[in-house]
Design a protein around this ligand. Structure first.
Ligand code: NAP
Length: 489
């Protein structure tokens, strides 16, 4: 048994965990540990290595404002380049000395007497910490849908977020299940190699064109040496994303209808076959599910070696996919692009707060947190990019940076109250916050009838912030002590 005593335990060495660690160091705090379940940093950008992986938010915005990178090669960086950026940050701020790898946090229990959390981790590690900050995120555990026989396929089968680069794709018959953000990046690349590619689509996505290009050496030099220019670049990307919000996401705005028309024209321009274009055109409003930004997907779907299958899947067997009605698609390789278990953000982690209450039970199918940051009954515990702080239109890094600053204020406040003080959100504040979210979601595009991972089984939106990113950043600009009770032993 290995025991570590610390002031702050951060779960996850992905974007959020790394950002928190850097800010703690900048504030002069070194008494923290980062617990990472894998054997390398990077989170999403370590796990998602499928061909074509990239971020559809331009890199000068999808990066930390306090640790900018003037050297992005393209407007939209590929996944490998984002992972290199994160690796660079870890080296530059010497963060590895705070990290424990293979340290999946399995359970955490708060002791009100001591004002501390005890975390039990894989590898016989026990962490005794005053504060707990989760940077684990929700898009991390692959979801394989409960299709009968899903596990019986005899050939190589992999989820997009568990890509096996040793699987040969050239000349193979390949099936891709799902047409979300991961699939549309992967399909064009796989199509180049496959003898035949079948894309199994349940619901088509809305796809927007992307203006990407490499930065020239001169531009990169300017971004490095003329800071205002780099900041202007970041601001212009931010504003472009931010204005998409009022323009398209409020239900029944005329701007939403114009936007839909533009997207339909885009499909027709990219796909000449009218039947295929029709099958690739969604019936729901743009924005109800994430709008995907990609130039290669629609042309790839029009390739001779690619076919779109819209008949529902009945089962998977050893040799392929069986459709409702009995047709069978023989496949050599099966690729699941079926998303993540977003409705179960804790995964295997069990957290027990005051009076032993269990966080998963408390959530009961609706993950929630005051300001997306903290739960009543779970003192001194915070989460980054928690419930209702995801976005459909802008960079979550912008949201997360504001959250880190809010958490730093909270830590300062409770630390000033004494070494054993703890901070617990008032339950009524969470109730008011959730009621406010529900009201705000009512008039929004996510509530217009499509099925997406934004909603839970009861149709409640537990993932998306229903406003502008500025409104959220304004909301969390100042930590309000009045929203909390201070406990002390
Ligand atoms: P996803 O968006 O949840 O897509 C899952 C796909 O699987 C959907 O097309 C879904 O169809 C389909 N599916 C699920 N169960 C199925 C079944 N039983 N039969 C047939 N199809 C089924 O997952 P993802 O593509 O991995 O993306 C998840 C999130 O990751 C994104 O929304 C985004 O936030 C993030 N992401 C971002 C980027 C980026 O560039 N920023 C890139 C990749 C991922 P239905 O639509 O009918 O449910």
């Amino acid at each position: 048994m290995d025991t570590v005593e610390t002031n702050i335990a951060i779960i996850g060495a992905g974007f959020s965990g790394i950002a928190t660690a850097i800010r703690l160091l900048q504030e002069g705090t070194e008494d923290f540990v980062i617990l990472e379940r894998a054997d390398e940093i990077g989170g999403t950008w370590r796990d998602n290595i499928y061909p074509g992986v990239a971020c559809d938010v331009a890199s000068h915005l999808y990066s930390l404002s306090f640790a900018p990178n003037p050297d992005w090669s393209h407007h939209y960086a590929g996944g490998a380049e984002i992972q290199r950026y994160l690796l660079h940050l870890v080296e530059r701020y010497e963060l590895r000395r705070f990290m424990r790898f293979g340290a999946e946090v399995l359970s955490g229990r708060f002791d009100a007497q001591a004002g501390r959390w005890t975390l039990s981790c894989a590898g016989e590690l026990v962490v005794d910490t005053r504060f707990l900050i989760s940077g684990a995120g929700a898009l991390k555990d692959p979801r394989i849908p409960p299709i009968p026989g899903a596990e019986t396929f005899a050939g190589p089968a992999m989820h997009s977020a568990r890509w096996d680069p040793t699987v040969a794709l050239a000349g193979k018959r390949i099936g891709v299940i799902g047409t979300g953000a991961s699939a549309i990046q992967l399909v064009p690349e796989v199509a180049k190699e496959a003898a035949r590619l079948v894309v199994f689509q349940r619901t088509p996505p809305w796809v927007m064109s992307q203006r990407d290009r490499a930065f020239t050496a001169i531009e990169r030099w300017l971004f490095r040496h003329v800071t205002p220019l780099r900041l202007l670049k970041r601001l212009s990307i931010y504003l472009r994303h931010e204005f998409a919000y009022p323009a398209s996401f409020t239900a029944d705005r005329w701007t939403g209808r114009v936007f839909r028309r533009l997207l339909i024209n885009h499909i027709r321009r990219q796909v000449r076959d009218p039947d295929l274009a029709r099958a690739l055109t969604p019936a729901y409003r743009p924005g109800c599910k994430r709008i995907l930004i990609n130039n290669a997907y629609l042309p790839a779907m029009a390739r001779d070696n690619v076919s779109l299958c819209t008949t529902p899947i009945a089962a998977v067997d050893e040799t392929g996919v069986i459709l409702e009605g009995g047709d069978h698609h023989e496949l050599d390789v099966l690729i699941w692009c079926t998303g993540f278990t977003v409705d179960d953000p804790l995964g295997g982690l069990r957290l027990y707060g005051l009076e032993g209450r269990d966080l998963a039970q408390t959530w009961d199918g609706r993950p929630s947190a005051y300001l997306g940051l903290t739960m009543p009954g779970f003192p001194n515990a915070f989460m980054l990019l928690g419930p209702n702080t995801g976005l459909g239109h802008n960079s979550v890094v912008f949201m997360m940076e504001g959250q880190v600053e809010w958490i730093l204020q909270a830590l300062r406040h409770v630390s000033a109250a004494g070494p054993r003080a703890w901070l617990d959100c008032k339950p009524e504040r969470l109730e008011q916050f959730l009621a406010e979210l529900d009201r705000a979601h009512e008039g929004q595009v996510w509530a217009t009838g499509c099925q997406s991972w934004y909603l839970n089984e009861a149709g409640e939106n537990f993932t998306i912030w229903p406003g502008s990113t500025l409104s959220y950043r304004r909301r969390i600009r100042r930590f309000e002590p009045d929203d909390f009770v201070l406990g002390c032993t």
